[in-house]
Design a protein around this ligand. Structure first.
Ligand code: ACO
Length: 352
């Protein structure tokens, strides 16, 4: 078996910004309620003509820059997303073409907010087994396209963004442990009801929009209860594979779904909050992009140091969950090409 390390990371957030004050004008909510219940203040929102691949590409280029690699150096491309450009083909294929490497194997992972952890685990396994020397893993979402901006219980929560990591073969293995899990007993706890084979567009004769089938539906409290327990349990299980315990954590990057979920998880693990990154106030819940966005922020700020034991832990729709334990080994955050830089502007969202 080969060793694997994270060689570079990158992130990208679209220029549109939706604040709590903007949401106060859209639905019956308040800045105070949102901050107190979720920790969120702003979210970045893709433009109407911006799809998931459009924001995945700059994040990928930044990660490649940090790893000192060209797209052609990558053996496979994995995109974790719940908001693909199309149901098929995979968004990863479009990203590969946009990176100029059509022909490189590319596939999506559909496991909602756990996607980046599933993607890293899959990419690392492909490298360990000897199939590829390097894999590009991207978590990218345009959740604003499937959020119902007339439903206050969900529309305040979600934002858009992308993050990426380049994995590469190395001598001393830096991938110390991983657990993944899923329980599909009740898909309706958190789901997009329409557009799949259970309820195809063609089956509802124009009622798709009236029944809000193309929007996220969520039973928030049910998700909340599972989230804390499963994030803590999968962290402990992944650490145990490496002969470690939560006391050994130098830095933890949890999925950014709700500040209260993050607080309760680190408390359960008895990890000091200063070893944890929270950037939910700026991005909201960006599903599979939240971990690489938060990791990039922490690395850029110098909070993650060489040799650190770093845990990445997620939960999400499925329900699903997973954790990775990595020994940090010099990966830095790359630059997004200047052509993608845009000044911040007020976001446009569809409210009809
Ligand atoms: N503004 C004001 N009031 C609101 C809002 C809002 N935006 N949303 C709901 N309320 C009201 C409710 O109607 C309810 O009113 P009632 O008491 O009169 O019935 C009250 O606030 C309390 O609602 P709860 O749902 O009990 O609020 P809770 O404290 O559970 O917070 C939240 C809701 C934030 C959704 C929380 O349950 C949560 O974060 N759950 C986890 C969700 C999550 O992590 N989802 C993403 C998973 S990742 C993925 O795969 C996409």
């Amino acid at each position: 078996m080969y060793g694997v390390r994270i060689a570079g990371i990158g992130s990208y957030a679209p220029a549109g910004v939706l604040t709590n004050q903007d949401l106060e004008r859209l639905v019956d909510t308040t800045d105070e309620w949102i901050v107190q219940r979720t920790g969120m203040r702003r979210r970045h929102i893709a433009a109407p003509d911006q799809a998931t691949s459009d924001i995945a590409v700059p994040a990928a280029l930044a990660a490649l820059d940090a790893a000192g690699k060209q797209p052609k150096d990558v053996g496979a491309i994995i995109v974790a997303t719940a908001t693909p450009d199309y149901l098929f083909p995979a968004t990863a294929c479009i990203v590969g073409d946009r990176l100029g490497v059509a022909g490189t194997p590319a596939f999506d992972i559909s496991i909602a907010c756990s996607g980046f952890v599933y993607g890293l685990t899959t990419g690392a396994s492909l490298i360990r087994g000897g199939m590829y020397e390097s894999v590009l893993v991207i978590g990218a979402e345009t959740l604003s396209k499937i959020v119902d901006y007339t439903d206050r219980s969900t529309c305040v929560l979600f934002g858009d963004g992308a993050g990426a990591a380049v994995l590469e073969r190395c001598k001393d293995d830096r991938f110390l442990g991983a657990t993944l899990g899923a329980d599909g007993a009740d898909p309706t706890v958190l789901y997009l009801p329409g557009g799949g084979s259970r309820t195809p567009y063609s089956s509802v004769n124009g009622e798709f929009h009236d029944k809000r089938l193309g929007f996220v539906h969520m039973q928030g409290q049910s998700v909340f209860k599972v989230a804390v327990n499963m994030m803590a349990a999968s962290t402990t299980a992944a650490l145990a594979q490496a002969g470690l315990t939560p006391d050994d954590i130098d830095f933890i990057v949890p999925h950014q779904a709700n500040a209260r979920i993050i607080d309760a998880t680190v408390k359960m693990l008895k990890v000091s909050p200063d070893k944890c990154v929270v950037n939910i106030q700026e991005y909201g819940n960006t599903s599979s992009a939240s971990i690489p966005l938060a990791l990039a922020e922490a690395v850029a700020a110098g909070r993650v140091k060489d040799g650190n034991i770093v845990v990445l832990v997620a939960f999400g729709g499925g329900l699903s969950w997973g954790a990775n334990v990595w020994r940090w080994d010099g990966a830095r955050v790359g630059k997004v090409p200047a052509s993608y830089a845009q000044p911040e502007r007020a976001a446009q969202v569809a409210t009809a």
